[in-house]
Design a protein around this ligand. Structure first.
Ligand code: ADP
Ligand code: MG
Length: 198
């Protein structure tokens, strides 16, 4: 549990907004440990693989989008979740493939949940202040739809432990994940905190 890992990808808008440092800082200061890092440009096939590691992704994303419309009293582009998410996916490919991205693996207790909390929910309009998506950008499903594009929300973060395992295996070779000790680990994980006083 203390070595739980999760994948974060700074999307092309995050790189273009020169927010790489700011974004890394937010995860780093939480106490999680950076154990893998690379910059890449990815294409459609890779992006499809990335989003289909969760076979439910198309259904869930379609439902989430329809719900978000309903909450605002608006009509979604279709009532069929799979149709909605196909549109989302097509736009998502254009977005993620548009420029370099920075992929990272973060490790530590509850890494998946902590990273999702720091990241904020999908839509910047409704994500909380204090989160990356809430503080550092502006966008909404509605405006993205009008322009037929994906919601630009700076980062991807794995949604569950299972998703994280599959995504990390897709983005990183085992030897690209570094096992090392940080002094911080002593304070975060030591049971007795008995190594401080001389
Ligand atoms: P998250 O990134 O929060 O896990 P999803 O996995 O549901 O969100 O969706 C993946 C990405 O697809 C989102 O981060 C966002 O960029 C884009 N996206 C999701 N739903 C929509 C939508 N309804 N309209 C436009 N873009 C969307
Ligand atoms: Mg997701």
């Amino acid at each position: 549990m203390k070595k739980e890992k999760t994948l974060v990808v700074i999307k092309p808008d995050g790189v273009q907004r020169t927010l790489i440092g700011e974004i890394i800082k937010r995860y780093e200061r939480s106490g999680l440990k950076l154990v893998g890092l690379k910059m890449r440009v990815v294409g459609e096939d890779f992006i499809r693989k990335h989003y289909t590691v969760d076979p439910e992704w198309f259904l869930k994303t379609g439902k989430k989008t329809i719900e978000s419309y309903a909450k605002k009293g608006k009509t979604p582009p279709s009532e069929d979740p799979l149709e909605v998410s196909e549109i989302v996916f097509k736009n998502l490919v254009k977005y993620i493939a548009s420029g370099p991205v920075v992929a990272m693996v973060w490790q530590g207790m509850h890494a998946v949940g902590i990273v999702r909390k720091i990241t904020g929910i999908t839509e910047p309009l409704t994500s909380d202040m204090g989160t990356i998506r809430g503080d550092l950008t502006i966008d909404s499903y509605e405006v993205a739809d009008v322009d037929s594009r994906a919601v630009r929300n700076l980062v991807h973060a794995s949604g569950s432990i299972e998703e994280a395992e599959k995504e990390i295996a897709l983005w990183f070779k085992p030897e690209e994940i570094i096992n090392y000790r940080l002094i911080n680990d002593e304070i975060l994980y030591d049971v007795n905190l008995d190594g401080i006083l001389e």
